[in-house]
Design a protein around this ligand. Structure first.
Ligand code: NAP
Length: 343
């Protein structure tokens, strides 16, 4: 079976590529920049150049492919809007996969997308789910809540660096999941016929509020967080004013997502049935505490090593300084230095 992974340079996509290669699948990755994706080639994947927003580049990568795992989404740093990538681009990919007679298409959506029709990314995800289900392809949709990897940039690093941690007025608890665990489910779906033509929630072991995550980070880092609360009203005003400018659409669409994060409604789901269908064990799923514990102990070890190196260098410099009055260095004994010394 040859897989095409789209979005393999991303946070989730790279874990899927790693897992699929480790499980013995032949993996091809559709990438925009082969240079940026060189690490995937080193892991054993084949790279093909393509872009969701250029439909003519999608046919070649799909040749001789059995299944597609699609983890692509627009990058906040890109000039492209979420409509161009997450809607038009995804529609082009689904159509190309249908034309190429692909056996299975795995797509990642967002949990509870149907509950937020006014949030552009949620509406687009829901529409893509419907478009895929009606495409005639054999699909599996996995509806995700949030990635544990995101907690590091949002909370871990600012707390370690004593920078402000931004929190909206009321924060919705989220059942974060490690992308390595999500990858396990995505690859498993390929070999479980009961997952065909179905959608499943895919979330972590429990939902956590921003305050709970901050307090775990404070305990593990032994530092106090500088919490800055952003009123939701202010965010809404910024979002609305940005809509008047075309360059602000993408930013405004992303800011709209704060409505989900600040709704107070937990992003969580019961996973009993999902574990049963996929034949996986809930006990093997990484918890937020274990994930953060591992992160902070890695960082603490690294900081200790840096401190040790710094102290060692300082000691060596001091020892050299102390030696100079008694011992001449080679430069001091050179003809040049003796000239200077004799002046
Ligand atoms: N992050 C979350 O917490 C979260 C929550 C719920 C659902 N999800 C869903 O999970 C999936 C993976 O998200 P992620 O956070 O791992 O994404 P990510 O890290 O932002 O990576 C996005 C990937 O999409 C690729 N891409 C972007 N535009 C493209 C285009 N025009 N053509 C081809 N490839 C393109 C990027 O390639 P380049 O390297 O070339 O930019 C990159 O590989 C997405 O469907 C997302 O909606 C994420």
């Amino acid at each position: 079976m040859t897989l095409l992974i789209v979005g393999a340079t991303g946070t989730l996509g790279r874990q899927i590529a790693r897992r699929a290669i480790d499980e013995g699948y032949k993996v091809r990755c559709l990438v925009r920049s082969p240079k940026k994706a060189a690490f995937l080639k080193e892991w054993g994947a084949e790279l093909v150049k393509g872009d969701l927003c250029r439909p003519e580049t999608l046919t070649e990568p799909l040749k001789d492919i059995t299944a597609v795992i699609d983890a692509a989404t627009s990058r906040p740093t890109d000039a492209l809007t979420i409509r161009q990538v997450d809607w038009q681009g995804q529609v082009s990919l689904i159509q190309a996969a249908k034309a190429a007679n692909i056996d299975r298409f795995i797509f990642f959506s967002i949990l509870d997308a149907e509950k937020y029709p006014n949030v552009p990314l949620m509406e687009i995800k829901k529409c893509t789910e419907i478009f895929l289900a009606e495409s005639g392809l054999n699909y599996t949709i996995l509806q995700l809540a949030g990635f544990m990897q995101g907690l590091i940039g949002q909370y871990g690093i600012p707390i370690l660096e004593k920078q402000p941690v931004w929190v909206t007025g009321e924060s919705s608890p989220i059942a974060y999941m490690d992308t390595q665990d999500i990858a396990k489910f995505a690859v498993r779906a390929l070999s479980v016929p009961e997952t065909e033509k179905r959608s499943f929630p895919l979330v972590g072991t429990r939902a956590w509020s921003a305050e709970e995550i901050i307090s775990i980070c404070e305990r593990l880092s032994d530092r106090e967080a500088k919490i800055t609360r952003m009123p939701l009203g202010l965010l809404r005003t910024v979002q609305n004013s940005l809509r008047f400018f075309q360059w602000g659409w993408n930013v405004a669409d992303r800011l709209a997502f704060t409505e989900v994060l600040a709704s107070g409604r937990p992003l969580n789901a019961n996973m009993d049935e999902v574990y049963k269908v996929f034949g996986l064990d809930a006990q093997q799923t990484t918890t937020v505490e274990v994930y953060l514990q591992e992160y902070f102990s890695r960082i603490t070890k690294k900081l200790k090593e840096i401190d040790y190196e710094k102290n060692k260098n300082k000691k060596q410099k001091n020892q050299k300084k102390q030696r100079t009055p008694f011992k001449q260095t080679s430069s001091e004994s050179s003809p040049e230095s003796s000239k200077i010394n004799s002046k």
